[in-house]
Design a protein around this ligand. Structure first.
Ligand code: SAH
Length: 360
């Protein structure tokens, strides 16, 4: 397999077709002397028929197929493992990328549709105390095309059952807003008419709280849902869990969230992983409610996933409900996230961490 797939053509590096917007593909084809309508044909093969190689694109002239084989790449990832939950059908993929790196992708089946949890970086360097993805540090950013391939792999699986991916959450490994350009490009591609047509309202981007990037995204006024990993009611607790809080404390973060709401009209989701004895007391629920008062938002409570290297205790079920009620009593809209795929490599980043350990 070629070792340098990218969406930009530099030197003799092949272009990754899944990273290109329709206008870019058209321009490239025209530059090669091909009629512009070939772009529509190619997109149809890529996103509607979802073939995995140019050989299958039988309505393209042989000469064009030869050019595509020589100058471009369609699929660049190889499936290493696939685990299916016996409980709820959640499917976890581990992919090997062109350079040998590995990333995880999760397909979740809900009553309201199928959602894909996409990774945006190989590893992560945010250093959150409870997270497995950050254990080996950051290896590299993923390209938009690599994010797209994760969704397509799930869609191909669903094709066999006549299903479709209806939503995308950027909550896999990595900090999407640190890989801003590729992430935004991916979100535009996945919602494109010519692509999978997953509407922006069905895309959620999750951030550990990069304030300048939240502001930048707000200004672009997309209809994307912003999820912010808050996990604490004050800087003292958050600072212990998330190093990023030193750069962007809660007050600044909430200001940026308000700006996101003002610019886009979309209420912000706050993720809050409940950790026994750390952030799950009722007085902390009250403090949290006080801070969020007046900000159109929704809180997603997540009983922390156990990561062997981290040893955080899960909040007991009754305490989770008590915490939820305390928030609701104070007018904060709130849900407890249903656990998916608990029987297959539970926590975020665990599949890849386990694979790296097995390889070491
Ligand atoms: N870097 C981004 C997106 C990836 S993490 C972010 O921080 O939001 C996706 C979500 O999973 C985040 O809310 C993160 O805090 C949460 N998470 C990570 N490890 C977890 C664990 N062990 N248990 C529960 N949630 C976890």
């Amino acid at each position: 397999m070629n070792r340098s797939a990218t969406h930009s053509e530099s030197g003799d590096r092949p272009i990754h077709l899944y990273g290109l917007r329709p206008d870019e593909l058209r321009a490239w084809l025209e530059e090669k002397g091909e009629p512009g309508y070939r772009a529509a044909q190619l997109f149809d093969w890529m996103y509607k028929k979802r073939v995995t190689g140019v050989e299958a694109m039988t309505n393209l002239p042989k000469s064009l197929r030869a050019l595509l084989r020589e100058r471009t790449r369609l699929t660049t990832m190889e499936e290493l493992t696939r685990q299916v939950s016996k409980k709820d059908g959640t499917t976890k993929f581990l992919f090997r990328l062109f350079d040998g790196s590995t990333v995880e992708t999760v397909l979740m089946r809900h009553s309201y549709g199928n959602s894909v949890c996409v990774s945006t970086q190989v590893g992560c360097h945010m250093g959150c105390a409870f997270c497995a993805s950050t254990l080996g540090g950051l290896v590299r950013n993923l390209t938009a095309g690599e994010m797209m391939e994760q969704v397509l792999a799930c869609q191909r699986l669903l094709d066999a059952e006549g299903g479709r991916v209806s939503s995308v959450v950027l909550m896999g490994s990595g900090e999407p807003l640190e890989n801003y350009e590729a992430t935004v490009r991916f979100m535009d591609l996945v919602s494109a008419e010519e692509g999978l047509r997953i509407g922006q309202r069905h895309i959620t981007v999750s951030t550990s709280g990069l304030v300048p990037a939240i502001r930048r995204l707000a200004k672009e006024r997309r209809q994307i849902t912003l999820a912010v990993s808050l996990h604490a009611p004050n800087d003292e607790v958050r600072g212990r869990l998330m190093p990023i809080n030193r750069a962007y404390p809660i007050a600044k973060l909430l200001e940026a969230c308000r700006e996101y709401w003002e610019e886009t009209g979309r209420r912000v989701t706050f993720e809050y992983a409940l950790i026994g004895g750390v952030n799950d007391r009722l007085d902390q629920a009250r403090e949290l409610a006080g801070r969020l008062r007046g900000l159109p938002c929704h809180v997603n409570l997540i009983p922390v996933n156990y990561v062997p290297e981290r040893r955080f205790e899960r909040t007991p079920r009754e305490q989770v409900q008590a915490f939820r009620k305390e928030l609701e009593r104070r007018g904060i809209s709130c849900t407890v996230r249903r656990e998916m795929g608990a029987d297959i490599a539970a926590a975020c980043g665990q599949l890849r961490a386990g694979h790296r350990m097995a390889e070491a």
